[in-house]
Design a protein around this ligand. Structure first.
Ligand code: URA
Length: 234
């Protein structure tokens, strides 16, 4: 290849990657065993599940009576996650609220009841799917999570989804979507399409608590959910 052709190719590649980054894409998954080839299918749901290297019990044990950040001081319970360890669908929210902190289970308050309705409308029960949060402890007064708290906690959630190896992850709301996709793009731009999260398909959508305040957005969530359902059927 001539040096000029190489420069043109590198330029195009840079524009292409910048475009993807702007859309919130952080990685380009390649099917296992693929060294080179077309990137056309990068955003399709991968058929080949990743092989889990640890179990949810092992991760829970490692988390222990976590004191890695100051949220430990004010919490009543660690909210690790609930549901099937072999779920094909995982929901990830932001952090436990008051009800979740008291019960030690994710999404059991008012927003949780709406999430349960969405799950049922998809033809599942809460036991069929897995539900967890980016943060395992309640931030005081439900304030936004701090960067330092995310840094301590995010990896546990990543290990959880890797252990489950679902077909699809649904990120609920701005915080979960932006954290998982490592972007500042608004949820309104992120939702409605699949993104890659460590080789797994991730659909961002509005948080159920946001839907309680903005019921007219339910239609968009349903559009996202329908895409998730057809990806699960494949
Ligand atoms: N909101 C969340 O993001 N997670 C919960 O568990 C409850 C409310």
């Amino acid at each position: 290849m001539k040096p000029d052709d190489k420069a043109t190719l590198l330029n195009s590649l840079q524009y292409y990657l910048e475009d993807l980054i702007e859309t919130g894409v952080t990685e380009l998954p390649l099917p296992q065993g693929t060294i080179s080839g077309s990137t056309e299918n990068c955003m399709t749901v991968l058929d080949t599940p990743m092989l889990p290297t640890e179990t949810l019990e092992e991760i829970r044990e490692d988390l222990g009576d976590c004191r890695r950040c100051a949220l430990a001081e004010g919490r009543k319970n660690i909210v690790f996650g609930t549901g099937s360890p072999s779920a094909s669908l995982v929901f990830v929210g932001e952090a436990p609220g008051r009800d979740e902190d008291i019960q030690g289970k994710p999404f059991v308050g008012e927003a949780g009841q709406l999430l349960t309705k969405i799950i049922k409308a998809m033809g599942f029960s809460r036991d069929d799917v897995y539900i967890c949060n980016v943060l395992k402890c309640r931030p005081p007064y439900n304030r936004n999570p701090l960067q330092s708290e995310i840094e301590q906690c995010h990896d546990f959630m990543l290990r959880q989804v890797k252990a489950i190896s679902p077909k699809v992850i649904v990120a609920l709301g701005t915080f979960a979507a932006q954290t998982l996709l490592n972007t500042k793009a608004p949820i309104s731009r992120l939702r409605g399409k699949f993104h890659d999260y460590h080789g797994m398909a991730l659909m961002p959508t509005f948080h159920p608590a946001f839907l309680l305040r903005n019921p007219e957005k339910k239609r968009e969530v349903w559009d996202d959910v329908k895409q998730v359902m057809s990806a699960l059927e494949k």
